[in-house]
Ligand binder design. Structure first.
Ligand SMILES: Nc1ncnc2c1ncn2[C@@H]1O[C@H](COP(=O)(O)OP(=O)(O)OP(=O)(O)O)[C@@H](O)[C@H]1O
Ligand SMILES: [Mg+2]
Length: 313
C-alpha cells in the first residue's frame, strides 16, 4: 500500500526513463530496537519480532548491531561462519555472509573481531555501503543495538524509520530509557519513537510504566512517544533462550507470545509511510555521516574548552 504509493511517486513523470533495478525496489522499512539500560530484552525482542513480522508475510532481515557482544545468532542457535568483519575486510560480500534461518528471517551476524563500526576507514566503509546496496528486496530490517547512548547506538537509531525503546518496570531502566530518548531528541525531533515495556507482572504495570515515559518525554522534551505495548515476565521466554529457540515459535501459546503478536499487529498497522528512498545503502551512509558529525562536534567542544578561560575568580 504505502510501498506502492512510494513506487508510484518514484515513477511519476519518468515514463520515458528506464528504471534501474534499485529504483524499482520497494523500500525497506528499518526498525531499530534500543534501550538505555542493558539486559532489558532487546535482542530477544528483535529475534521474536522479526519472526512474527515474517510470519505475517514479509521478508525480514535482522542486523546485529550490538557488535562487541553480538548474540542474535546465539538466540537462534546458529554458529555463523562469517560475519561483518569479513565484509569490512573485503574478504566476503555482505550477501555471502547473510544467514537464512529456518524461522523465515535472514540475519547479518555481528562481528566479534572488532567492536566499533564507527571507526572504519574509507575502504572499509565502502565495502559495507556496496554490500548494503546489493542486498535483496527486504520489506523490513530489524536492528538490534547495544545498550546506552554511544555514537554506535545513536548512529544506528538515526536512519531508522521507527525506534522501539525497550524498558522494564525497574526504576533504573525507566530513567535510562528517558536518557536515551533525550539523546535521540537532541539530534532530531522527528523520529518515530515507541516505548515497549518488557517483563511486566500485569497489564496495569505495563501501562503505568509506558505512561510515565510518555509523560516525562512530553513534558521535558516536547516529544510524543507512542505506547507500543508490553510483554509479560514469562518463564517460557527464559526457557526458549536456554533452548536457543525463539519463544514465538517454540512456545506460541505462552503469555509472552500473545503479547508479541499484539505488538506486531500494532506495529504493522501504525507504521509511518515515508521511508528512505535510498534504501539500505542510504541507511549505512547515514550511519557514517552521523558518526563523523558526532566526532566533529566532540572535537569542536574540546577546542572550545581549551579556548575558554578556566579561572573566573
Ligand atoms: N519477557 C521476558 N520474560 C522473562 N525473561 C525475560 C523476558 N525478556 C527478557 N528476559 C530475560 O532477560 C535476559 C536478557 O535479555 P536480552 O539479552 O534480550 O537483553 P538485551 O537488552 O539484549 O541485553 P544487552 O543490553 O546485554 O544486549 C534474557 O536472557 C532473559 O533471561
Ligand atoms: Mg542484546
Amino acid at each position: 500500500m504505502d510501498q506502492a504509493a512510494n513506487l508510484r511517486k518514484l515513477t511519476e513523470g519518468t515514463t520515458n526513463l528506464k528504471l534501474v533495478p534499485n529504483q524499482a525496489r520497494p523500500m525497506t522499512k528499518i526498525i531499530a530496537i534500543a534501550s538505555g539500560k542493558g539486559g532489558v530484552g532487546k535482542s530477544t525482542l528483535s529475534v521474536n519480532l522479526a519472526i512474527a513480522i515474517a510470519k505475517a508475510g514479509h521478508k525480514v532481515l535482522i542486523f546485529d548491531g550490538d557488535l562487541g557482544l553480538a548474540n542474535i545468532n546465539v538466540l537462534l542457535g546458529i554458529i555463523p561462519k562469517y560475519n561483518l568483519y569479513h565484509v569490512v575486510k573485503g574478504h566476503k560480500s555482505l550477501k555471502d555472509i547473510i544467514i537464512q534461518t529456518q524461522d523465515g528471517v535472514d540475519i547479518i551476524a555481528g562481528a566479534s573481531g572488532y567492536s566499533q563500526l564507527a571507526n572504519l576507514n574509507d575502504t572499509q566503509r565502502n565495502n559495507l555501503i556496496k554490500g548494503f546496496a546489493d542486498l535483496d528486496n527486504y520489506d523490513y530490517m530489524i536492528i538490534d543495538t547495544g545498550a546506552g547512548i554511544s555514537s554506535n547506538v545513536i548512529g544506528l537509531v538515526m536512519p531508522a524509520d521507527e525506534v522501539i525503546v525497550v524498558t522494564t518496570p525497574e526504576p533504573t531502566a525507566i530513567t535510562d530509557s528517558y536518557g536515551l530518548i533525550k539523546s535521540i531528541v537532541s539530534q532530531t525531533k522527528d523520529k518515530n519513537l515507541k516505548i515497549l515495556v518488557n517483563r511486566v507482572r500485569s497489564a496495569i504495570e505495563g501501562k503505568k510504566v509506558a505512561d510515565r515515559v510518555i509523560d516525562i518525554s512530553g513534558q521535558f522534551l516536547e516529544v510524543q512517544v507512542e505506547n507500543l505495548g508490553f510483554i509479560f515476565q514469562d518463564e517460557e521466554v527464559e526457557k526458549s533462550i536456554r533452548e536457543q529457540k525463539p519463544y514465538i515459535t517454540n512456545s506460541p501459546r505462552s503469555k509472552a507470545a500473545a503479547c508479541l503478536t499484539r505488538i506486531t499487529h500494532t506495529l504493522l498497522q501504525t507504521e509511518n509511510t515515508d521511508s528512505d528512498t535510498e534504501g539500505l545503502a542510504g541507511f549505512i551512509k547515514k550511519f557514517f555521516s552521523f558518526v563523523d558529525y558526532r566526532e566533529k562536534e566532540l572535537e569542536d567542544r574540546m577546542n572550545e574548552d581549551e579556548d575558554s578561560p578556566t579561572d573566573k575568580g
